[in-house]
Design a protein around this ligand. Sequence first.
Ligand code: DON
Length: 315
Amino acid sequence: MVSVVVDYLRHIESDCVVNNVGELADYIPELAAVDPDRFAVSVAVHDGHVYSIGDSSLEFTIQSISKALTYALALSLRGVETVDAHIGVEPSGEAFNEISVDARTRNPKNPMINAGAITAAALLLAPGDEDGTTDVGDVDEAFRTILDFYSGCAGRRLSLDDAVYRSETASGSRNRAIAYMLESYGVMPADPEDAVDLYFRQCSVRVTTDDLAVIGSTLANGGINPRTGRRMLDQVVVRRVLSVMTTCGMYDGAGDWVTSVGLPAKSGVGGGILAVLPGQLGIGVYSPRLDEHGNSVRGVRACRHLSADLGLHMF
Ligand code: DON
């Protein structure tokens, strides 16, 4: 069985690696310095077994894939009502770093673009409510909470890439502009500098495709990590997160993705993509060359293959 699955994944690899289209993210030197030809696919099945090929133990930064996880954590710790009062669930149809908000509420349109992700991080920093929600504390404590949570979903201890974090911080004017814009609208629930700092840290967490596949299988499995048996999220939070990933996870490429691949997913400029087949699979893919939306070119191609060949499209 193992060799059949691995042979199949190698077949995908041989089709994908001939594609040299796309550019490395280059807004910070660390992302531009990676080997553009790296490629990995990992698939975690319902019992947590992970099938993988290629550079599946190579670490890269999680980047925007973190947006789905921190949104999940904010929903868990702050409750759906509080989070909904600050972040919408409508696709924006705009680039991930667009300085945009809902015209009526002035809230970010969804948690998968930077404005919404910075707000989700800010919600973790906001003082606990009188209704007894957890007080997470300052940026260091909030990041420990984030790292514990991501690690629990991955089933192993994850760590921060300090060089990427420092570079993100040094080149983050646009994200600071977004945070201050939200503050000027009166919708930023914490200090804008702290919110952006926490967001930069979460983007700089190192993962492998095996980690992404296990995180995906935790979401596929209703919030219980199938490798550790530990419940990381309530089913109701998982449903919400997967719904928003379906409509907004691949940015302004989301419509094309849903049509062709048909799975909830989230990409990052580090070259990773996390995809989920609810009830069944978690998928992690990696290859650092990106398309015009910021999604991995080979990663999207590999997911199209998996979806078409294995009949994974949800509809
Ligand atoms: O906000 C940024 O610039 C990055 N740290 C994360 C961006 C990202 O991964 C967007 N994705 N495709």
